[in-house]
Ligand binder design. Structure first.
Ligand code: AHG
Ligand code: MN
Ligand code: MN
Length: 330
């Protein structure tokens, strides 16, 4: 069978109706192209002088790595002139980035975590880019931060790239979740998983165990019961993985199931991960692949955001396991 490229996949989705318009197709292709460029910089590493700190802080007060800044710049430059976007929001920028005067604007809002897994850049572990696409509420009206404050259920597309042994692109346009592998010789993403399905049950969890002393009682009990294994209340052994790059942990979950947790705790009262450009896009990808995503109790995609850089607790992955965590909260 002839390989299906990202372009072909998107054209077919457009023909099927649904969310995909010509502008959305251009937007996704542009983001994918930017991911190829970011992946190239990641791959060149020390040869391109892109490792190490940038010497600046972002809006959340986190020290930026050179690649955080480079990736943000690549995404802006790629998306500014296409006419498909009204504005962009990024982990690396305090305020929305409007399209420069002189360029046409379009009906969509793009939200990005340009480089996810920053602590893994300098140690050669998989990192990635996360993106979310929302409709721009009032076409023509001025775009403000408030325009972005829509629940994740409004997303028309979401996905992420992983820069690992292979460069992968995971995507949903609301018609299931699919994934593509970058063919470096051709410079194109090729569809390699046309219908991602997450196992409903799992025996593998991902959590940063070093935060244990900060956890709330339900999370503590849930993990204790997993650790008790076969002879404990869950009656089975659990394995643990924690890459510390959400993109890599979520990629593993869509590949072989599992549960990923970064819950709100005594230290991160609102959670650690960002709702708009980490939790929401991942929640859409996971739900479209048959999994579930909550803040422990509430469905992530239903949450009404109140701020661009708002944080949220995240529990996502195999459906029945995410439901278990909710039960521990009752
Ligand atoms: P970012 O690099 O965009 O700030 O995100 C890092 C996130 C996420 O990828 C990962 O799951 C988590 O932070 C890692 O947290 P720990 O440092 O607690 O392991
Ligand atoms: Mn991140
Ligand atoms: Mn980031």
């Amino acid at each position: 069978m002839k390989p299906i490229t990202l372009t072909q996949y998107l054209i077919e989705q457009q023909r099927l109706g649904g969310h995909v318009t010509s502008e959305l197709r251009l937007l996704i292709q542009t983001v994918a192209q930017a991911c190829i460029a970011i992946g190239h910089a990641v791959n060149r590493g020390a040869l391109a002088g892109v490792l190490g700190g940038a010497g600046s802080d972002n809006v959340q007060g986190e020290a930026q790595k050179k690649l955080d800044v480079i990736s943000n710049d690549i995404l802006i430059e790629a998306n500014e002139w296409g006419g498909h976007l009204a504005a962009m929001v990024s982990e690396e920028m305090e305020h929305p980035h409007l399209m420069p005067a002189g360029y046409p604007t379009g009906p969509y809002l793009l939200l990005v975590d340009p480089l996810d897994g920053s602590s893994n850049i300098d140690v050669n572990v998989s990192i990635g880019t996360i993106f979310s696409v929302l409709p721009c509420p009032a076409a023509g009206a001025p775009v403000t931060a408030a325009s972005f404050l829509q629940p994740g259920s409004n997303q028309v597309a979401a996905g992420f790239a992983v820069y690992g042994p292979s460069t992968m692109l995971v995507l949903t346009v609301g018609n299931g979740t699919v994934s593509f592998t970058l063919d470096r010789d051709m410079g194109t993403f090729v569809l390699t998983a046309p219908a991602v399905k997450i196992n409903e049950d799992t025996g593998e969890f991902a959590i940063n165990m070093s935060n244990q002393r900060h956890w709330t009682a339900p999370i503590r009990r849930y993990i204790d019961d997993c650790l008790a294994g076969k002879t404990g209340p869950r009656g089975k052994d659990f394995n643990m993985r924690w890459v510390a790059s959400m993109v890599a942990d979520v990629y593993r979950i869509i590949s072989r199931g599992g549960i990923f947790m970064y819950p709100a705790d005594q230290r991160y009262k609102e959670g650690r991960l960002r709702l708009m450009y980490e939790a929401n896009p991942m929640a859409m990808v996971i739900e479209q692949a048959g999994g579930a995503a909550t803040d422990g109790v509430r469905r992530i995609l239903d949450i009404e955001p109140s701020a661009l850089h708002q944080r949220i607790g995240v529990v996502l992955g195999s459906k029945n396991e995410v439901a278990q965590v909710a039960q521990y909260h009752q």
